[in-house]
Each structure stands twice: as structure tokens, then as C-alpha cells.
Design a protein. Sequence first.
Length: 142
Amino acid sequence: MLAHQLNRQAPEALVEYAHEHLNALLRDISEVEFTMLCSTDGFELSSASKKKIENAGKLAAVSSSILAMVQAFMGEINLEGCQSLTLDANNGKVVLTAIPNAKYPMVLVVLTSKHVLLGQLLYSIKKIVEAITKKTEIINHG
């Protein structure tokens, strides 16, 4: 069982590829303050930030748990395919997005200022998820 758990760790090439996209999101949308890729079991894989986030490990654990709970809730009310959750606060927004994959399921966390253009952000996140998913398929079959 331990060997199986070790095999679920995302390959370094995938994490590095994703990190490039995290940095690009931070660079391309000025209101993005922090991005993180984490495993669905709550471990930080990569992050990029414009501001200091001291509790990134805890944030990874809580983010994956929140998304899992929302997905379970959606299942209970017979809504399928919940892949993203947007939290809107007085001083900013957070988007949690699942990156589904049989071998390496992940969660993308994006923290922004309250002034972010949500449509632009969601479109950019969608493109990042598509790119990471495609890269994962290449790694899985390559």
C-alpha cells in the first residue's frame, strides 16, 4: 500500500510545468496575489505569490478539504461535476478548482484582490487546468 501511495505523488516534471502556469497567472492578472497547486490529500506541490502567505501548508489542507466537502454536498443534491468554487469576501476572492486525474488529482487555489475581473480570472484558470490536464495525459502515456 505504501508503494501505491508514493506512486500517486505528481511527477516533478508536471509540478514544474504547473509552476510556470502559476507564475504566468500571477504575472498576467495584476489582481492575483497568490496561487498554489496542491494534492487532493492536502499537500502543497507548488506556489507563486506576490505577498507572504505564512500558512501555505495549512491552506493546502483546508483548500482540498473544502473542495471535497462541496463536491460531496453537490452529490447529495444530485448536481454533478462540481469542479470549481468561488469565495467572495469583503477584501478579496478565492477560487478553488479541481484538476481531475486518475493518477494525480490536484487542486488549484487562486487568491485575488476584491477588484479582480472574475470572467478574466475564470477563463485563465480554465486554460491552466486544460494545459495541466493535457500535460498529465502526456506524462501518463509517455
